[in-house]
Design a protein around this ligand. Sequence first.
Ligand SMILES: [Zn+2]
Ligand SMILES: [Zn+2]
Length: 310
Amino acid sequence: MKKKNIISNKILKIICLHNYTKRTIISLYKYFNVFYPKELLNDIQIGLKKYDVLGRIYIANEGINAQISVPDSYVNKIMSFFKKININLCNININFSIENKSMAFWKLQIKIRKQLVANNIDNVPILKNSSKYYLNAFQVNKLFLDSKSIFVDIRNHYEYEIGHFYQALEIPSKTFREQLDMLKETLLPYKNKKIVLYCTGGIRCEKAFGLLKKYKFKNVYQIYGGILGYINQTQKYSLPMYFKGKIFVFDNRLAERVTNDILSKCRNCNQLTDSIHINCAYHRCHRLFIQCKNCSKKFNFYCSTKCLNI
Ligand SMILES: [Zn+2]
Ligand SMILES: [Zn+2]
């Protein structure tokens, strides 16, 4: 009991400290050869120390991936810091979050990992010239209305179910690895179409894109900056927005609303619902799912009658 109090006081203190600072959430990634990950980690740690940056930064031999929350007054400084820290990062992919909530992260974690986005497959090619096939929001919208194109969602099912491009193809799988394994077979019937890949910020598409090119798919493109990049550009240039619903974000907020359309359905009664994802109350199940308010009352936050009655 005592321990519980100490933790909540600590969290409360952090909430108070950070609540007053206006913050911007930035995602950055770049695939490049990192020969000395530890050195890069140290440089970043020292460089960011005075700026009160929160979030997570992953460094691997294949590159860097970061989701960070930065006080508004330091945003430009932090962006140029990353661009200058390594010559390969001068053109690092940078995305801004749509909503700017201060409470997305509570601490800064910088870690060395085997891969930037876990897929457990070695030798997935990353194409050096993939930027040639990046689409800006104007081009995305043009292709969206083109009957010879197909949009492919390179995310997990729980991300797709709350928001996606209308009629985008989903590759149903539990992990990114499974998805990459299924990519060729799933897309083979569409080989002659213009294939538009997208994910949240663009990083997963780099691998999917590399694989499809390896399999000799000709017309493959990826949305520059992913859904986040697309939304930022459609807002900036007042373009029609063809992404509908919400995006799943990997911080304390879970989801950001993009449009007012509701795409998600309750797992139990199949009605459309705006409820956010929860984990099944039965700890051994822990399934991540969506449940409407009525069903939450009925099932007491368990995913099924089976879990409820266990
Ligand atoms: Zn329901
Ligand atoms: Zn369950």
